[in-house]
Design a protein. Structure first.
Length: 246
């Protein structure tokens, strides 16, 4: 049976301040939990129904059997998926961009679904590090973790002073802007930093000044069209074009 203290702790981990205080985050479902376990993330608690079949070995003392009803009460999902785990947050890493690598940088991306999808996109296109401004949504929010579908286990998230990082790098800094040049006709390097901006305001003015290669994803509609692309879709298009050329 799940204790009141366990219920309280898991519920608190929906909020960033408690995740930071406890050094913990929540992941749900066989795919996400399985990927985190296989990549070496430390599970502190794991609540699983009889249907869950672990793909890696887990210490029996960590696993707590629960009923479907108990998992429903514990879960952040409308339809819980066999297992919910509480993991230790990874230690922040001091990482600087290096030549020969392609990176993403997020400037104030706020929507958890967008952030989770961007992490999944980075994983698909072989980008293993994302630099995030301090005002970007917290990657360990349960909604973000779920939206990554396990990719958060393989992509490193570095929260940093983005302006300072971009001002000091020798790599080309790309950004998608309305006054940029058509991405399909621009020369793209195999390494660099691709900056994606806030959902409503795009790349902020201070970061925009640090962009060295301004790109535009053109629209092909004749006549009135959408004002802009969703940031996650724009990220996928941009990453695809970079990888297609490399």
């Amino acid at each position: 049976m799940i204790s009141k203290n366990q219920m309280k702790l898991v519920g608190q981990l929906e909020q960033k301040k408690y995740r930071r205080r406890e050094g913990l985050f929540v992941a749900e479902g066989p795919k996400v939990v399985g990927d985190l376990l296989s990549c070496g993330f430390e599970a502190r608690m794991l609540f699983a129904t009889a249907q869950w079949q672990p793909t890696v070995s887990v210490a029996p003392t960590v696993v707590q059997p629960v009923s479907d009803d108990e998992l429903q009460r514990l879960s952040f999902l409308q339809h819980p998926q066999q297992v919910l785990a509480v993991f230790a947050l990874p230690q922040p890493a001091a990482v600087l961009p290096e030549a020969g690598h392609l990176y993403l940088a997020l400037d104030g991306v706020q929507d958890p679904g967008n952030l989770g999808t961007i992490i999944r996109i980075a994983d698909w296109f072989g980008i293993d590090t994302i630099f995030c401004s301090e005002d970007t949504a917290d990657a360990w929010n349960p909604k973000v973790v779920q939206a990554t579908m396990g990719s958060i286990a393989r992509v490193r998230l570095v929260y940093t002073d983005l302006a300072a990082l971009l001002s000091e790098t020798a790599l080309p800094v790309y950004g998608t802007l309305l006054d940029g040049h058509d991405i399909y006709h621009e020369q793209l390097t195999p390494d660099g930093i691709i900056v994606m901006g806030n959902e409503g305001n795009g790349i902020s003015a201070p970061i925009r000044q640090l962009i060295t290669r301004r790109l535009l994803i053109p629209d092909f509609h004749q006549g009135p069209t959408a004002d802009s692309l969703n940031v996650a879709i724009a990220t996928a298009i941009t990453c695809s074009e970079f990888r297609r050329r490399s």
